[in-house]
Design a protein around this ligand. Structure first.
Ligand code: ZN
Length: 288
């Protein structure tokens, strides 16, 4: 049973806005901060009325929220932190309506907070996929027209890359051409990796790009051929579609990229639920 970062842990760690601000200061400047003005190792003292601190030696001010989504927000930090906590502990994500109810903010604020948290998730660097990676496309939304091949009218095409026993990446793509898919694979999958795909045309040059390319023939019921299969990514698609149907009812084309980010984040940390909140918080260390 994996450890969980419980609500009680969270409440103990972040009881008020002061503690939240201290945490952001620590994330931005480290546990042994060096003042940018006098360049001495310093202790920052809280200044009154603003979300800021002063250097113990030269008195120069730092504002740790600058460059974070909190800078322009009048929503208390505790509510932001709790919203982030909810996003890391709720199995299928947090609808804006639920945030509105739990935080006591307006629907508009809740909706905006949700999208900002998804943006933070998109800053989490999981590194390159290695080892054995399955690559596949899928079609999300609407009904698949009765076309042969990869017809996708009215649907959004999603490209997925799944490292067996490891991380997942998924992104919306405009079409399924090699010129679209190849650069994305190069961006996210390390050269030399064994890449499993079906026999779609767009994958035919992968071996020229430095990958050990294996194909599986879907059309002929030959799902496992010499150890080559794409079961792992198909499992991901099934979960994704269930989740979209189950909670979000309809994810518009416009917001699908954000939803994919959120879903992949939750999926990638599914066996480390105690780390999810810390990983999300760590994105605050790099201002946007
Ligand atoms: Zn100083």
């Amino acid at each position: 049973m994996p450890q969980t970062y419980t609500l009680l842990d969270f409440m103990r760690d972040y009881p008020d806005d002061e503690t939240c601000l201290d945490k952001i200061l620590e994330l931005r400047y480290g546990t042994d901060p060096v003042c940018e003005s006098c360049e001495r190792e310093t202790t920052y003292h809280r200044i009154k009325k603003r979300r800021g601190y002063a250097c113990q030696w030269c008195g120069s001010h730092v504002f740790p929220c600058a460059g974070t989504p909190f800078a322009k927000s009048r929503t208390p930090l505790t509510k932001w932190f709790y919203a982030m906590y909810l996003f890391t502990t709720t199995r299928h994500g947090v609808p804006a309506k639920e945030l509105e109810r739990q935080l006591g903010v307006t629907y508009k604020t809740a909706w905006r907070m949700g999208h900002i948290i998804r943006d933070l998730m998109s800053n989490i660097d999981i590194g390159m996929l290695v080892g054995e990676v399955e690559v596949d496309e899928s079609y999300v939304g609407g009904h698949r027209p009765g076309t042969t091949g990869r017809g996708a009218q009215g649907k959004t095409i999603v490209l997925g890359m799944k490292q067996r026993g490891g991380n997942m990446r998924a992104m919306v793509i405009p079409d399924v051409k090699g010129a679209t898919i190849e650069p994305l694979i190069q961006q996210h999958v390390a050269r030399g990796t064994t890449v499993h795909t079906d026999e779609w045309w767009a994958y035919r040059y992968l071996h020229w790009l430095g990958y050990d390319h294996r194909t599986v023939r879907h059309g002929r019921g030959q799902y496992v051929k010499d150890g080559s299969h794409t079961n792992s990514i198909e499992n991901f698609w099934a979960r994704l579609k269930l989740s979209i149907r189950g909670t979000h009812i309809h994810v518009s084309r416009q917001y699908l990229p954000k939803y994919l980010t959120e879903f992949s984040f939750r999926y990638n940390y599914r066996n480390m639920p105690d780390r999810m909140f810390a990983v999300l918080m760590a994105t605050l260390a790099q201002p946007v």
